[in-house]
Design a protein around this ligand. Structure first.
Ligand SMILES: NC(=O)c1ccc[n+]([C@@H]2O[C@H](COP(=O)([O-])OP(=O)(O)OC[C@H]3O[C@@H](n4cnc5c(N)ncnc54)[C@H](OP(=O)(O)O)[C@@H]3O)[C@@H](O)[C@H]2O)c1
Length: 303
């Protein structure tokens, strides 16, 4: 936290109004002076798929030496419906948008923190994924994010890639997160049986924005897995939520195999991430998933 006499560090962002970026803006708005390249901005709209717009904004902010790139086409099913279509929004935003940012960072001497996903993996690993595991996407969203990562990794700028999985925050956001979708299902009594054979690595967004602050402060570069580092089945996670929040719901077990038979797009069975590489360098401790869930605030839902 800064005292009032210190000036804030200027940082450029994309996607700062989204589920994850908005938490960074809330928790670190006193530390950083964020300028967001926002496609829906009323006076200065910036579409990251348009290089000239991105370059103009980066050139106009010489004081900001770091760019955080949250913006993405994040609808996985929507992306699947665009598969192999490089003129579609998923490819244009996730791949071309990222390439435009890289090029503009190169031209203006800025570094890039790129937010990525465990969906770059095929989900067949029994263990949690480590950074040295090769990417192996099985659907179009994961493929576009893998291409974006490849572009970042070969860029001639200082870069950091942070991969996360199944993010959730302490308070609800209009786009419901992993935990709040389950909470909503339990509160309304409509929660489907939860898979006992589908594994994820929940990411506590409140902690993840502290990881981003760490990267900004320390200028650490490289590829890092940045979830909680834990591996949970949907069923165990929902049961734990139910108990911790005293929702009094009977979570029923389901199995992924029968669900997959009804699903048109491929689905990763395990997207948990090993975060030891990150934990070794952080100057604070990540919360356990159970500690994080105990911080979920009521009222749980917006609307
Ligand atoms: N949510 C997840 O489950 C999850 C899991 C793993 C990784 N991630 C990654 O984390 C990052 C943030 O995800 P999120 O869930 O916070 O995203 P989100 O809530 O869907 O927000 C995406 C943001 O991208 C912006 N955007 C989209 N197209 C744009 C364009 N052409 N030009 C400029 N901005 C554009 C949107 O701006 P407007 O608001 O103005 O439309 C929005 O603010 C993404 O890179 C995603 O791949 C997310």
């Amino acid at each position: 936290m800064l005292d009032q006499n210190q000036s804030k560090t200027a940082v450029i962002t994309t996607g700062l109004n989204g589920l994850i970026g908005s938490k960074l803006a809330t928790d670190f708005g006193m530390t950083y002076d964020f300028t967001n390249l926002d496609i829906t901005h009323p006076t200065q709209p910036t579409d990251i798929t348009q290089y000239d717009q991105v370059a103009t904004r980066l050139e106009a902010l010489p004081a900001a030496s770091q760019v955080i790139h949250f913006a993405a086409y994040t609808d996985v099913t929507g992306a699947w419906n665009q598969r192999e279509n490089k003129t579609g929004l998923a490819y244009q935003v996730n791949v071309e948008g990222t390439k435009n940012l890289i090029k503009a960072c190169q031209a203006t001497g800025k570094s890039l923190i790129h937010i990525s996903t465990a969906f770059v993996f095929n989900g067949e690993n029994a263990q949690s994924y480590v950074e040295s595991d090769p990417v192996s996407p099985i659907e179009w969203y994961g493929q576009t994010k893998a291409w974006a990562e490849a572009a970042v990794q070969t860029a001639e700028i200082p870069w950091t890639i942070l991969r996360i999985d199944m993010p959730f925050r302490s308070e609800a956001f209009p786009k419901l997160d992993f935990a709040h979708k389950i909470i909503k299902g339990m509160v309304t009594g409509e929660l489907h049986p939860q898979f006992t054979d589908h594994y994820v690595g929940p990411t506590f967004i409140d902690d993840f924005v502290k990881v981003i602050d760490f990267m900004l402060r320390t200028h650490t570069t490289g590829l890092f897995h940045a979830s909680s580092g834990e591996k949970w089945s949907d069923f165990e996670f929902a049961k734990m939520l139910n108990l911790a929040l005293k929702l009094n719901f009977e979570v029923k077990p389901g199995d992924l195999t029968s669900y997959l038979a009804s699903l048109e797009r491929p689905y990763q069975k395990n997207t948990s991430l090993n975060c030891e590489r990150l934990k070794k360098i952080l100057d604070f401790e990540l919360k356990t998933v159970e500690q994080a869930v105990s911080e979920i605030k009521q009222p749980w839902l917006i609307n």
